[in-house]
Design a protein around this ligand. Structure first.
Ligand SMILES: C[C@H](O)[C@H](O)[C@H]1CNC2=NC(N)=NC(=O)C2=N1
Length: 101
């Protein structure tokens, strides 16, 4: 799926529909840290998010230590943010219903 790179203002507008996600200085990615009660909760989130990512054919960059998952989204094919990053971020919000903060 060919996706258009979003300009900074468009990315900022999309961000208003999400909470806790931050745009990097370059305007080329969004990030959020998710916290869970323990590793199993964190890994459950990652499993659900992985299924959503596979459906979208759009995959996260992420780092997990125990109960914490740091997520960064961007579209490497477009060299920045696209609609797909925001779709995946919203799917991740649903998958993170059991987060603790
Ligand atoms: C060939 C394959 O469809 C592409 O490489 C997809 C896969 N998943 C992807 N995920 C992300 N985050 N960015 C991409 O540009 C991307 N491209």
């Amino acid at each position: 799926m060919k996706m258009e790179k979003l300009e900074r203002t468009a990315a900022e507008a999309q961000l208003t529909e999400l909470s806790g996600w931050v745009l990097n200085d370059a305007g080329s990615s969004i990030s959020k840290t998710f916290k869970f009660a323990n590793f199993i909760e964190a890994f459950g989130f990652m499993t659900q998010a992985a299924l959503a990512a596979e459906k979208l054919n759009h995959h996260p960059e992420w780092f997990n230590v125990y109960s914490r998952v740091d997520v960064t989204l961007n579209t490497h094919d477009a060299g920045g943010l696209t609609e797909l990053d925001f779709k995946l971020a919203k799917a991740m919000e649903k998958a993170a219903a059991r987060r603790i903060d």
